[in-house]
Every structure is written in C-alpha cells, then in structure tokens.
Design a protein around this ligand. Structure first.
Ligand SMILES: O=C([O-])CC(=O)C(=O)O
Length: 306
C-alpha cells in the first residue's frame, strides 16, 4: 500500500493523466533561425519562417530561445520588452499574436528577454489560434556555467529566475514549457507529465561545449521518462557570435526515438506528431502502474499549496 506522507493530490507519479487531445495527429514546425543584432530584422525573419512553416502544414510552430536578440548579458537589457504592457511595448509578441491569428496556428514563441519592473526574465509566450496570449513561461533554472578554458556564462548576472511551471491547453494538445537549461531538471518534466502533458517544448540554445554531449540525450531522456513527445528549437549557429549555439533542433517521440532533427544551419523542420503513440507506449510499458509511490515520491508544490 502506498504510504501517505504526502497528500494524495500533491504526489507526482509518472503519466498520471492522458486528457483526450483536441487533435491526435498534426504537423509541428521547428524554426531554427539565424539571429542578428538587428531586432527589427529578427522579427521580420521570424515572421517569414512562421509563414513558411504554416504554409507547409504546421499547426504548431516553435521558435528558438532568444530569437530577437543576441544571446548575451549585454544585449538582454537592451532588447528586453515589457510583455505585460501590451503589444505597443512589445513588437516581438505583437508579431507572434498577429501571425498566430492570421495563419490559424498555435505558436510557442521561443523566448525573448522580458522586462518587468526592475527585473529581466528569459520568457516564452504561447499564442493560440485566436492570437491571444495563452501562457507565459519565465525560465525557471538560470544557466550559469564555468568550464575552465571552454565557456563561462552566467545568466544570473542580468536575469531573474521564473517561479512557476507552465502547462497550457492548446488546440494541439496540452503542452509543458521549459526553456533550455530547464530541460536538465527531470522533476519539472515529470510534473508536466503528471498534469497530463502530451508534449514538452523546450526552446533552447545549447553551446559547443554542452551541445554535442547533452542536447539530444536530455531530450530523449525527458521523452522516455515521461512517455510523451519532446520538441526543441535552437538558434542557428553563428561562429562569429559571443555565444555559439549548437543548433540541432529536434523532435523526439514517446519511445525516445528521434523523429526529426537538423544540423546547425538555418532550417525549418516539419514533422508529424501522433498522440496515439503516447497511449500505445503507455499500454506497452505501463510505468504509471509500476511506479513505487511507497518507496519514493515527488511533490507538486503548487498542488500542495492550492
Ligand atoms: O540554458 C541555456 O541557455 C544553455 C544550456 O543549458 C546549455 O548550453 O547547456
């Protein structure tokens, strides 16, 4: 019998729910974009890519981490937008909203630097087909790394960490959002799975040190742990940039299989998602039933406090 040291509603077993998705099969687009120092141009470029992905049949399109600005602590304050102050204060999200509505697609809008009061965040906005902002995820785990001789980067120099997991119901299923380094923390993905996510989206910009070893394996691990789809989207590599992105935007299926990927240049990946594969995987290998809540437990802090 399961021990009861946590209230029932706060326990996080894997794959607790499988809410019936509004669609079972659809195409996803991952836009691996070149990012420049020219913000206006970045916005135009992202718009063109979203249009191309939609024209190729994508119903859900994912953009990269920090697609409107160079990825640097010097740039974040300069390129940051006040998302909560409305579209006049945020040309990047204004474009995402308009394109989502005009093209009738769901957009997981990568991330942009966000200003809120005296704080800056690394923020992903999700827009529904009506152009409305459905969710806003602020990167929860800031990326601070110091590998001597290879890479030093400290997001915490300028950014503040988000406080809230973000799971959103869209016309293409229930989506859990993480930004880049968030993917390293399996508890966040498990929490999304326990709340019924079909797909986890990670806009991300791994680099030339972490990318080759970790980017794909982390995505496959999160997909396998939770028996769901995982999509990632990186900026294209720019060897002249201060932070050189690994690229390799990828879609992984619930069997941990890489369904689509690319190299490091600009690319628009279009791939099929079929949520019936999640049910099949969970039927074949019912981790939820095998989960040992009497031996270990995770707590969903939000549920505990609600
Ligand atoms: O969070 C980020 O921006 C980058 C990251 O995790 C990595 O490169 O390993």
């Amino acid at each position: 019998m399961a021990s009861s040291f946590l209230p029932e509603q706060a326990r996080v077993p894997p794959s607790l729910q499988f809410p019936f998705p509004p669609v079972t099969k659809f195409k996803i687009g991952l836009c691996q974009l070149k990012v420049t120092a020219d913000k206006e141009n970045n916005i135009l470029h992202a718009r063109t890519a979203l249009e191309e992905a939609a024209q190729k049949g994508a119903k859900l399109v994912l953009l990269p981490e920090i697609w409107n600005s160079p990825y640097s602590n010097d740039s974040f304050p300069v390129y940051a937008e006040e998302i909560d102050a409305g579209f006049d204060a945020s040309p990047s999200t204004a474009m995402l909203s308009e394109v989502a509505r005009l093209l009738n697609i769901t957009i997981v809008g990568g991330s942009i630097p966000e200003r809120s009061g005296d704080k800056l965040y690394n923020t992903c906005c999700v827009f529904g087909t009506d152009g409305k902002l459905k969710a806003k995820h602020r990167k929860i785990h800031l990326f601070d790394i110091d590998v001597p001789g290879e890479i030093i980067f400290k997001e915490s120099k300028t950014l503040t960490a988000g406080e809230t997991p973000t799971i959103v119901d869209t016309e293409v299923g229930r989506i859990g959002i993480g930004i880049c380094h968030d993917i390293r923390f399996p508890e966040l993905a498990m929490l999304y799975a326990s709340r019924g996510a079909h797909l986890l989206c990670y806009p991300g910009a791994f680099n030339m040190t972490t990318g080759p070893f970790l980017w794909e394996v982390l995505q496959r691990a999160r997909a396998l742990d939770n028996q769901l789809y995982v999509a990632s989207c990186s900026p294209a590599r720019d060897v002249g940039a201060g932070y050189v992105a690994w690229g390799h935007s990828t879609l992984v299926g619930p069997f941990g299989e890489v369904l689509a990927t690319t190299e490091h240049g600009e690319a628009i990946i279009i791939s099929d998602i079929d949520y019936s594969q999640i049910e099949l995987m969970r039927k074949n290998l019912p981790l939820e039933k095998q989960w040992r809540g009497d031996v270990y437990q995770l707590v969903d802090v939000q549920r505990l406090n609600s």
